[in-house]
Design a protein around this ligand. Structure first.
Ligand code: 4AD
Ligand code: MG
Length: 474
């Protein structure tokens, strides 16, 4: 494999070895009786320069055609020191087999810069580009870091359902599950099926006996688990039928949701800060070549230094009331006005972490209860709840969490206040009826973390197959 051959010294220590490599030609150019193939096996940014001399047996293979950008190749040869300054070693080619051709007339990924927007229209080919390949590797390492961090701290990885009847965030942004039950039509006489008022079949009532939805968050199930087996985390897909035509929203995104037993908001904030720093240190250690690539081509700044700084300093912690004051005192104009009681818009969030706190993450706590979900613990002022959001430069809200309301009577009042049906939450209230304890958790949007670490501006480039209005082909 090319990546292993290259190692950390670009292959210098293995000069002289005979090798057989398999990969794809990223480019092929001919010059003064020599051909240079940039061969890459997809596992790293850097590939191997394969050099073919005119008159060799391999040259005949080139003449036969088929060795072009995108073609899958098997190349045999000897690793030699590279006379050019660009790489330590190159492959002196003795034999080439074309495993799969890529017609230069039609192959969409010719060697040139393509815009990320164009690449989204060929989502089945874009992982072959340096950018999207590097995003996939960083994403993989962030997932690895997530599991390692929580496992090392004794958290249990819990799986929560994708189909659910409850709306955790109470925002009414759920996708309803209906097509699943189409299948039942064939198995039951239509007289048996529930009907809408107009006589048509009411599929929504059918399969689970009540309307069901794709989950917006695993939190409520996570709480059940944390109230039984102590600290847990979930890591799975979540769905929101909200406006996804922004660079920070997807209709389907992955969320990491730890839930801490016997814990308050301070424990929650400490956990969020430690987890994010762990992730940054992990990618700085394991993804240097990819981060260097993002630095040069995507963020066009000192990305690695920025991440290193964030990982080594304390996050700022302020209250919502202080955050509002910062925005009100700002010299710059915002698109949306703000007053105490209204939600922070992403322009406000970015202003606070980028300008007020000079490119430093900020944790904002104690939001007005009226703009937050029913389950958050009411503070003694009766106006705010023990909520926290972690804001980071360039992305805005990266995590959102809270201490949960553990007092049965207060929770019952809140459920009524926000207009939910108490009966539907009997199981959630039971957690407060039997062995209740303060607990807290948060959710991190995994694609926003990928965005933050790589510097890609649009969240649609932080996941291989993004889902947004009009994007569900494959
Ligand atoms: O702030 P949110 O809505 O919080 C919850 O869902 C809680 N139940 C989490 C918890 O306490 N266990 O979402 C959490 C995070 C946000 O901070 C954001 O990073 C991300 O999920 N997020 C999205 N990411 C991409 N696309 C969307 N449409 C997102 N909506 C939220
Ligand atoms: Mg939130």
């Amino acid at each position: 494999r090319i990546a292993r051959v290259k190692g950390n010294d670009g292959g210098a220590s293995r000069v002289g070895e005979a090798l057989e490599l398999r990969g794809w030609a990223r480019s092929v150019r001919t010059q003064k009786g020599m051909a240079f193939i940039d061969l890459n096996d997809g596992s790293a940014i850097s590939g191997m320069q394969a050099v073919v001399n005119e008159g060799s047996a391999a040259w005949d293979a080139l003449d036969a055609g088929g060795v072009s950008t995108g073609a899958a190749l098997r190349v045999k040869g000897k690793l030699v020191a590279s006379p050019g300054g660009k790489q330590a070693a190159e492959l002196a080619v003795e034999e080439i087999d074309v495993i799969g051709t890529a017609d230069p007339e039609t192959y969409p990924l010719q060697k040139k810069r393509h815009t990320l927007e164009y690449l989204r229209s060929i989502a089945h080919l874009r992982p072959r580009t340096n950018t999207i390949g590097a995003v996939a590797r960083v994403r993989n390492q962030l997932a690895y870091a997530t599991h390692t961090f929580f496992q090392e701290h004794g958290f249990l990885y819990a799986n929560t359902p994708i189909i659910t009847a409850s709306d955790c965030e109470g925002a009414g942004e759920q996708f309803q599950v209906t097509t699943l039950v189409e299948a039942l039509k064939n198995n039951r006489p239509s007289s048996d099926l529930p009907k809408n008022k107009d006589g048509s079949i009411d599929y929504s009532q059918d399969f689970f006996g009540k309307p069901s939805y794709l989950t917006v968050s695993g939190q409520l199930n996570g709480e059940i688990m944390a109230c039984a087996v102590n600290d847990i985390y979930t890591f799975g897909p979540t769905f929101r039928a909200e406006n996804s035509n922004t660079s920070r929203h997807l209709a389907e995104f992955w969320m990491v949701e730890p839930e801490l037993a016997f814990a308050d908001l301070n424990d929650d904030m400490d956990c969020a800060e430690a987890y994010l720093k762990y992730c940054l240190n992990h990618v700085l250690e394991h993804c240097d070549e990819d981060l260097e690539f993002f630095e040069k081509n995507i963020s066009k700044d000192n990305l690695r230094e920025r991440l290193r700084n964030v990982a080594s300093q304390e996050f700022a912690r302020i209250t919502y009331t202080e955050a509002v004051e910062h925005v009100l005192n700002a010299k710059k104009k915002f698109e949306f006005p703000i007053e105490w009681g209204s939600d922070l818009q992403s322009e406000h969030e970015r202003y606070i972490s980028e300008e007020v706190f000079k490119d430093r993450p900020v944790i904002v706590r104690d939001y007005p209860k009226d703009i937050k979900a029913f389950y958050m613990r009411l503070n003694d002022d009766n106006k705010t709840v023990a909520a926290m959001d972690v804001l980071v430069p360039r992305v805005g809200e990266l995590m959102g969490g809270s201490q949960r309301e553990e007092r049965l009577d207060v929770l019952e009042r809140r459920i009524e206040e926000v207009g939910l049906e108490k009966e539907s939450y009997w199981w959630y209230l039971d957690l407060r009826r039997y062995g209740s304890q303060p607990h807290a958790g948060f959710g991190l949007g995994f694609e926003r973390l990928v965005q933050y670490v790589t510097g890609v501006e649009n969240i649609r480039d932080a996941i291989p197959f993004p889902r947004y209005p009009g994007s569900a082909e494959f």
